[in-house]
Design a protein around this ligand. Structure first.
Ligand SMILES: Cc1ncc(COP(=O)(O)O)c(C=O)c1O
Length: 74
């Protein structure tokens, strides 16, 4: 948490969406995906992640696999 309004937003979301037990705000989608992968690995004890080819999930090395960028070779 970097700013009091992030805290206030978290309170608002948790109050209005009962299924939300915890709230974490991150700086980007890439960072959120990396955090989700780490959490999934810790929770399941498994190391491998299935990623759908061609889909964009941010610029981290582990998620850039099979991303097709027009004009580049892959
Ligand atoms: C599914 C998904 N994951 C990750 C990202 C990456 O987000 P960011 O560009 O904020 O790093 C995006 C962005 O469009 C996305 O759609």
């Amino acid at each position: 948490m970097l700013h009091e309004y992030e805290y206030k937003l978290a309170e608002l979301i948790c109050r209005n969406i009962p299924s939300v037990e915890r709230f974490r705000m991150l700086g980007s989608g890439t960072e959120a995906v990396m955090g989700a992968l780490r959490l999934a690995r810790i929770k399941t004890g498994k190391s491998k992640i299935i990623k759908i080819g061609g889909a964009y999930h941010g610029w981290s090395d582990q998620m850039i696999y099979d991303l097709r960028i027009p004009g580049t070779r892959f």
